[in-house]
Write a protein that binds this ligand. Sequence first.
Ligand SMILES: [Zn+2]
Length: 253
Amino acid sequence: MRPYILAESNWKYIKDATFDVAILPWGACEAHNYHMPYATDIIESELISAEAARLAWEKGTKVIVLPPIPFGVNTGQFDVTLDINMNPSTQLLVLKDVIEVLNRQGIHKLIILNSHGGNDFKTMIRELGLKFPDMFLATCNWFQALDQKEFFENKDDHAGEMETSLMMFLRPDLVLPLSEAGDGAAKKFTFAAIREGWAWAERKWTRVTKDTGVGDPRKATKEKGEKYFKAVTQKVALFFEEVAKTRKEDFYR
Ligand SMILES: [Zn+2]
């Protein structure tokens, strides 16, 4: 039993334990090019949370990782078979129920460890922050923590070189050989404002990519995945530790 993983913990241990911060891994259930499993985002959120929590725990951080939420916002992938969409309004209710428990039981810090680009918890955190003023609520996109260019040749948006490398390291048993993968070629919006990033609209996924990937996975290796996993988890662990150990009076300087 890892004492920082709730799913492995028992009541004998938990009844006397105290925690400063809870981690909620949040994934998505969706196609990842031809070669990777639907659970890719779930596996990433769970294993990155677990390893970052282990590193933080070893430095004396009282952190507990909750079981991952498996469904993300997949409204743009409505026509991809068995991409299971959880609407933002449903996510808000799920998040509220989890926060209600933590708030009642005095665990006043929560970090959502998000794996999926379609999930956006910012507006939910704003709304729930008003309802639960004692809670510190944060969302963390681990995939934005580091500059991908330092680790990978081709930029990854979805199921490309970064995610494929990571999964080759984490769950090689679930990744098909790269010869089975599509090239992840994807169209961009016609509108300059959207391409430049100051306007936004949802992409209709199957109009943009043939193989469901956005980003070329073919330069992926297990070694790149291992190096990136180690760097990402160290950085995320530091965030867990800082949040857990910083008093609310000292949040700003
Ligand atoms: Zn993914």
